[in-house]
Design a protein around this ligand. Structure first.
Ligand SMILES: O=C[C@H](O)COP(=O)(O)O
Length: 271
C-alpha cells in the first residue's frame, strides 16, 4: 500500500479474519451479523477496504445464506482446499464445493497446516492451482519460525516457500493471488512483528514476484501481514508501503475489535 495519508492506495486493502477452528455454524452467523451491523453503523465503505472472513467449513452454507439474504458486502472463503477435484479423498473439500458455496477466496499453506498437518510445498502448490481451477482465489501463506528468524535466514526461507507455492502460475494468476506473510513466532503469541519487519518481507516478496512474473504483476499482487494483529497496531502496519492488508486470527473473533481493524483508516494520523 502506498501512503494512506493522502487517502489513496496502490491496491485495495484486504482485511481478512481467519476464524480457525472456532465458531460453530450458529455462533458463526451471530458473529458475522454483528460484524456486518457494526460496519454498517460505522458507514464502512467496502471500496476502501475489502473485508473477508474465513469460517470453518461447517459454517460456510450458513454464511452464504446470510450474505446473499442480507446482501452483505463481506466476502468469505475456506480455510483449506483439496489438491484434488473429486473422488475418494475422505475428509477433503474440493475447490468446486467452495465455489458452489460462493467462496471468493481460500487459505492455502497457513502455518498451522504446514506444521501440524505437515503440508509440503508440492502439496500447497497443487492446492493453489486447485483454487484457480475452480475460480476461488488462493491466499498463499508463507513465513518463518522463530529459529529461522533468529538465524537471520527468514527472507531466504520465506521466498523459497513463495517460489514453491507459485510454481507454474501464469502472470495473470499471480496478479490475482493474495500472499500473506505470517511469521510463525508472532501468531497467537502476542508478539507482533514490527511494521518494519512486515515491510521488509513484503518488499522482498514483491521483488521476487517481479523477478518471476514481471513488474506489472508484482505491482498488482496484494500482500498481507498476519500475526497478533489488533485494532491498536493495525494502522501502523498498514502504513507500510508494501503491506496491503491483514490476516487476523484471534482478534477476528470479536466483531467490535475486527470492525475497528477494518476501519484502520480512522486510526491513521495524517503526516
Ligand atoms: O491466520 C491468522 C494468523 O495465524 C494470525 O493469528 P493471530 O492474529 O491470532 O496471531
Amino acid at each position: 500500500m502506498t501512503t494512506s495519508t493522502n487517502g489513496t492506495f496502490d491496491r485495495t486493502p484486504f482485511i481478512a479474519g481467519n476464524w480457525k477452528m472456532n465458531m460453530d455454524h450458529v455462533q458463526g452467523i451471530t458473529l458475522l451479523q454483528k460484524l456486518a451491523w457494526t460496519l454498517s453503523d460505522a458507514k464502512h465503505d467496502y471500496s476502501r477496504a475489502e473485508v473477508a472472513v474465513f469460517p470453518p467449513f461447517t459454517d460456510l452454507r450458513g454464511v452464504q445464506t446470510l450474505v446473499q439474504g442480507d446482501e452483505l458486502e463481506v466476502v468469505y472463503g475456506g480455510q483449506d482446499v483439496s489438491p484434488f477435484d473429486s473422488g475418494a479423498y475422505t475428509g477433503d473439500i474440493s475447490g468446486q464445493f467452495l465455489a458452489k458455496l460462493g467462496c471468493s477466496y481460500v487459505l492455502v499453506g497457513h502455518s498451522e497446516r504446514r506444521t501440524i498437518h505437515n503440508e509440503s510445498d508440492d502439496v500447497l502448490n497443487a492446492k493453489v492451482k486447485a483454487g484457480f481451477r475452480h475460480g476461488v482465489t488462493p491466499v498463499l501463506c508463507v513465513g518463518e519460525g522463530l529459529e529461522i528468524r533468529q538465524a537471520g535466514t527468514h527472507v531466504d526461507h520465506t521466498l523459497a516457500q513463495l517460489r514453491a507455492g507459485v510454481e507454474g502460475l501464469s502472470p495473470e494468476q499471480a496478479t490475482e493471488l493474495v500472499v500473506a506473510y505470517e511469521p510463525v513466532w508472532a501468531i497467537g503469541t502476542g508478539e507482533v512483528a514490527g511494521p518494519e519487519d512486515a515491510q521488509e518481507m513484503c518488499a522482498a516478496i514483491r521483488s521476487e514476484l517481479a523477478t518471476l512474473f514481471g513488474a506489472d504483476t508484482a505491482a498488482a499482487t496484494r500482500l498481507l501481514y498476519g500475526g497478533s494483529v489488533k485494532a491498536n497496531n493495525a494502522a501502523s502496519i498498514l502504513k507500510e508501503r508494501d503491506v496491503d492488508g491483514l490476516l487476523v486470527g484471534g482478534a477476528s473473533l470479536d466483531a467490535a475489535e475486527f470492525a475497528n481493524i477494518v476501519r484502520f483508516e480512522s486510526h491513521l494520523v495524517t503526516d
